[in-house]
Design a protein around this ligand. Sequence first.
Ligand SMILES: O=C(O)CCC(=O)C(=O)O
Length: 245
Amino acid sequence: MLTKAEVGQFEDEGFLIFPGLIHGEKLERYTSLFLDLVARGRIVELGTPHWSFEFGEGGEQTPGFLHKIQGVAAVEPKILDIAREPEIVERVAVLLGRDLDVFGTKFFPKLPDGGTSVRWHQDNYYFGTNTDRILSCAIYYEDTDAGNGCLRVAPGSHRSQDIAEHRRIDGGFGMETDVADEDAVDVCVPAGTVVFFSANLLHGTHDNTSDRSRFSTAWHYLPGDVALDRFPRDSGGDRHPMLRP
Ligand SMILES: O=C(O)CCC(=O)C(=O)O
C-alpha cells in the first residue's frame, strides 16, 4: 500500500501527500456530513463542549462563525468511518504497524472571509512527547490554495525531534512558533486529498481570506502501546481503536 520510495520520503521530508484518495460518492457523502455540522454550528450556543467559534474584533467568539469541532467523533460518530477507510489505515499500518488507534479528532470548516485553523506548530508540542510513532493525518474535502487557507509544512523539520518553543496566539486559538518563509512550502491540493505528516513536523496554515470554505479534518494515529496522558487507551475518550493485530 506504500511504496519503498514513499516510506523513504516520509522519513526524509516528514510528510506524504495522496491527491484525491477519497473521491466520488464517498467524498460527496463525507462532505454532506460536514455541511450538516456547519449548519448546526450556526445555531449551537457559545460554550457548548466541542464547538469553538472564530474570535471577533472585540476578542469574543462570534456565534455561528464555526472555527473547530474538537472531538468531532463524539459529535458525529460517522467521522470514524473516514478514519477507518482502508485506503488510509492500511497505509498508516505500513509506517506504524497493525495495532493502531486514532486520537484527537478535529473538524475545521475554515469558513469564507476569515476562517482559521492552525498557525506554525508541532503536534507533539501538545502531546508532551517527541516520539516519532505518532502520525498526523489531515484530509481536505475541498480544493485548497493559499487563498482559502492551505496547509504549509517545513520539510525535514521533524528529523531533529527537537520541540520548538511555542507561544500563545494573540487573539486566536492555541499556540504558535516561528518558521522562516524560505523554509516553508505550501501544500495546495485537490478535494479528497489525504496528507500524512510526522507529529514532530513543523506545520501551519494560511488563514482563509477567500470567499470559499476549506473543509478539513485532522487526527493522529499511534500504536496501541504508546501511552498519552491526555488520550488514554480504552477510556471512552477521544482515542479509538482502528486496527488490531
Ligand atoms: O488545518 C490544517 O490544514 C491542518 C490542521 C493541523 O495540522 C492540526 O490540527 O494540527
